[in-house]
Design a protein. Structure first.
Length: 239
C-alpha cells in the first residue's frame, strides 16, 4: 500500500493549483486538487487525505467556511493560503482549527517546509503505542487520545483538531503546572512554524469555549498573568 503522504490542494485559481501540485509531486508527495468546496468534499469522500492546502479567498464557500466544515468531523491537518493584508482571516482560521498558514505570494519551498513539518508532527502522534494509549477524565469530560475525540457527560463525541488535541493533552498531562506560551507553541505547532505567539491565546480561547462551563470565567484553564496558563481541574488517567 502506497503511504506517500496525500495532499489535497483547494484553490479556485487553476494556475495556483497546478503550480502547487507540480512542485509537491516533484518533491515526493501525492497530490489531488479541487476547485472549491464541492470538489473538496468529493475528494475527501473518495480517498485518504493526509493534509489540505486551503485557499481562504474563494467565491461562494470561502476557505474559512470550508475549514469550519472540515473541523466538524475531521482532524486532518489544514494549511491556509492567505493574503498578506488579511491578518484577521489568519487569526480566525487558526481559531477554527487550521494548523498553519502561508501568505501569498509565497515561495513553494516555504509551503513544502510547512507541510513536511506538520506531517512529521502528525505522524509522531498518530499511532500511540499500547502503553501510551490513555484516556483522560476531568469533570464531565473524557478525552480519548487514540481517536482524538472529546466525550461529554452524555457520551456524545466530537473531533479535536490537531493543535487543539495537543494543547488539551499538554494540559492534562501536566495538571497544576504553569506552561509558558513558548512551551505551548512548541507543543502545539512547533517553533519552526513561526506562527505568532498570539495564536496560543486564540487556541486557548477556542478550547475554553469547548470545555469550560463559563468560558468568560474559566475554572479549568487558568491564566497565570505574565507567565502562561495552567490546568486547574482534577485529572484522572485511564489506562
Amino acid at each position: 500500500m502506497d503511504r506517500t503522504p496525500h495532499i489535497l490542494v483547494v484553490d479556485d485559481h487553476r494556475e495556483i493549483r497546478e503550480l502547487i501540485a507540480k512542485y509537491l509531486v516533484k518533491n515526493g508527495l501525492r497530490v489531488s486538487t479541487a476547485n472549491g468546496g464541492a470538489e473538496m468534499r468529493g475528494a475527501l469522500r473518495g480517498g485518504s487525505i493526509d493534509l489540505i492546502v486551503l485557499d481562504i479567498m474563494m467565491p461562494g464557500e470561502d476557505g474559512l467556511t470550508l475549514c469550519r466544515q472540515i473541523r466538524q468531523g475531521s482532524d486532518v491537518p489544514i494549511v491556509l493560503l492567505t493574503a498578506v493584508a488579511e491578518e484577521t482571516d489568519r487569526v480566525v482560521g487558526l481559531e477554527l482549527g487550521a494548523d498553519d498558514y502561508v501568505t501569498k505570494p509565497f515561495n513553494p519551498r516555504e509551503l513544502l517546509a510547512r507541510i513536511r513539518a506538520i506531517l512529521r508532527r502528525a505522524g509522531a502522534q498518530s499511532k500511540p503505542t499500547e502503553s501510551e494509549a490513555k484516556r483522560y477524565r476531568f469533570g464531565t469530560w473524557t478525552v480519548d487520545t487514540i481517536r482524538r475525540v472529546l466525550i461529554d457527560g452524555t457520551g456524545e463525541e466530537s473531533a479535536l483538531g490537531t493543535a487543539e488535541f495537543r494543547l488539551l493533552t499538554a494540559f492534562l498531562a501536566r495538571p497544576g503546572l504553569t506552561l509558558s506560551r513558548d512551551q505551548l507553541l512548541d507543543i502545539t505547532v512547533g517553533r519552526q512554524a513561526q506562527i505568532f505567539d498570539r495564536s496560543i491565546d486564540n487556541l486557548v480561547s477556542r478550547l475554553r469555549r469547548r470545555i469550560e462551563p463559563d468560558p468568560l470565567e474559566p475554572s479549568l484553564i487558568k491564566t497565570v498573568w505574565g507567565e502562561g496558563y495552567t490546568f486547574a481541574g482534577v485529572v484522572e488517567v485511564i489506562e
